[in-house]
Design a protein around this ligand. Structure first.
Ligand code: ZN
Length: 486
């Protein structure tokens, strides 16, 4: 009897394993089949020389607007006009909110909705402390070792130059887009994006509705996921929301020689511990799930069995994702305690203690649900909770069944046939969030191959782009403009 039960159990387990393995074997690729390459020959060295010049103009944005060296932006505009004469002859140029640029390339078919290509002109500073650690000075725009070096080479003058090179190339060939194309280059993305906001408002006031927007945010990542050999072209289809919460606790004050059982700071500390110990709930559904649906068919065994059978292994995957900071951030709203303060002297009881918690909100949740969750886990009315300005809800999730996603995915593989494309959740914030009211299709992608150590060069030391990637980026935008006019 027992023997028979064991036998049946054994057979069931075997059948179950076979189902898992078969599912992993038959899971079909979602990649677009790409046959032909992009036909044009691009002069990458000229594009590199132009990027080098762009880097040398120090368009550094400053949190205090009045401290921004506006002459650099004026010079940058002059550089663009001189370098891309055909663009400036054919397209309408408008300067918005001081230094943001909006170019309009009128399409021949007014029934088609326009598309909008984005980048930003500004860069973060080269930190004085790390200045000497650069292989080539941060604003030199040195061309060496197959790369263009300097601040903005990856974030994101590369994209701005690639777009301009592509448009100049197509205008010179007499190309006329059927769809109107906007080029929108903000001047202060690194400090809030007033420029992009003003452009979006201007277009909204003109009743413009966009087919889609393409901004920075994702890239082609090498060695990002275990079990995947191909580089992954991560096309951002959503970005997390941004919310900084201020916690305040009031106290009696007085001399620290006769303290109460808990000071204001003690109460606050307890609240902060509660927040850290009760992370937001995990949510493995889109866009993280969508990413793995695209990647799973290209994973090696045995990992592929896990990802091809998410219906069964979801709890295990969630647990695995939680272990690393970068994957954890993909599946939940995060809360980072970043600043705090209390009494001004060690022997005075604080009359007030405060702390800041920076939250990044997962699509599907909102600023309100985030605040409600924090209130619940803190569970103490003595702790006042308020949102600070500069907060925003997560973006909507773009619909990848649309033609624009397919166009981006196809061209990404045309310029790099070895990559697989996957939708992706952008963890930081981009200027594209200001365009949410103009379209429900916002993509965030830069066709550049990066390793994880390259990510640190953005806003860090030795920022650089390979000349080959820059040339491919130009091709990418040529093909994108050609394709989406259809
Ligand atoms: Zn950027």
């Amino acid at each position: 009897m027992v023997k028979n039960i064991l036998k049946i159990l054994g057979i069931l387990i075997l059948v179950f394993i076979i189902i898992l393995v078969v599912k992993a074997m038959v899971i079909s690729s979602k990649q677009v089949d790409v046959k032909e390459a992009i036909p044009y020959k691009i002069d990458s060295m000229t594009a590199a020389a132009h990027l080098s010049e762009a880097i040398q103009i120090q368009t550094v944005s400053n949190q205090e607007q009045s401290k921004t060296d506006v002459k650099q932006f004026e010079q940058f505009h002059k550089f663009l006009a001189n370098t891309y004469p055909s663009v400036h002859k054919k397209l309408k140029k408008e300067v918005v909110a001081g230094y943001a640029l909006l170019y309009t390339w009128k399409g021949s078919d007014p029934s088609l909705k326009p598309m909008l290509l984005m980048a930003h002109q500004d860069v973060v500073p080269v930190e004085e402390l790390t200045k000497d650690q650069w292989k080539y000075p941060g604003f030199s725009g040195t061309i060496a070792d197959g790369h263009v070096w300097g601040r903005g080479a990856l974030d994101i003058k590369n994209q701005l130059i690639a777009i301009m090179e592509a448009v100049e190339f197509l205008v010179n060939r007499g190309f006329v887009p059927r769809r109107t194309i906007y080029l929108a280059f903000g001047h202060d993305e690194e400090v809030g994006g007033q420029g992009a906001q003003a452009i979006a408002k201007l277009l909204k006031d003109r009743n413009v509705s966009l087919e889609y927007v393409l901004d920075e945010g994702g890239a082609i990542m090498e060695g990002m996921l275990p079990g995947v050999e191909s580089p992954i072209a991560l096309v951002g289809i959503a970005e997390k929301g941004y919310l900084t919460i201020k916690l305040t606790v009031k106290g009696e004050g007085g001399h620290s020689s006769m303290p109460p059982h808990h000071t204001a700071l003690g109460v606050l500390a307890k609240a902060l511990v509660s927040v850290e110990e009760n992370p937001f709930p995990k949510n493995f559904d889109s866009p993280a799930r969508q990413m793995f649906e695209y990647v799973a068919p290209h994973m090696k065994f045995p990992l592929r069995i896990l990802f091809a059978n998410m219906w069964c292994f979801k709890p295990l995957l969630k647990w695995q994702f939680e272990k690393s900071e970068s994957t954890n951030a993909m599946i939940r709203t995060t809360a980072a305690v970043t600043m705090a303060g209390a009494s001004e002297k060690e022997n005075i009881l604080p009359t007030q203690a405060w702390a800041m918690i920076n939250c990044r909100i997962l699509p599907g949740e909102t600023m309100d649900t985030t605040i409600a969750y924090l209130k619940k886990v803190i569970g103490n009315d003595a702790v006042a909770i308020e949102a600070t300005p500069w907060s925003n809800d997560p973006s909507p999730v773009s619909d990848i069944s649309q033609g624009s996603f397919t166009a981006i995915a196809t061209i990404a593989r045309q310029i790099n046939p070895d990559v697989i494309v996957a939708p992706y959740l952008v963890l930081g914030a981009t200027d594209s969030r200001h365009y949410n009211a103009l379209t429900n299709q916002i993509y965030r992608f830069c066709p550049v191959k990066l390793k994880s150590e390259d990510l640190k060069t953005m806003h860090g030391i030795n920022e650089r782009i390979s000349i080959s990637d820059l040339g491919k980026s130009v091709k990418f935008f040529i093909a994108l403009i050609e394709k989406t006019h259809m």
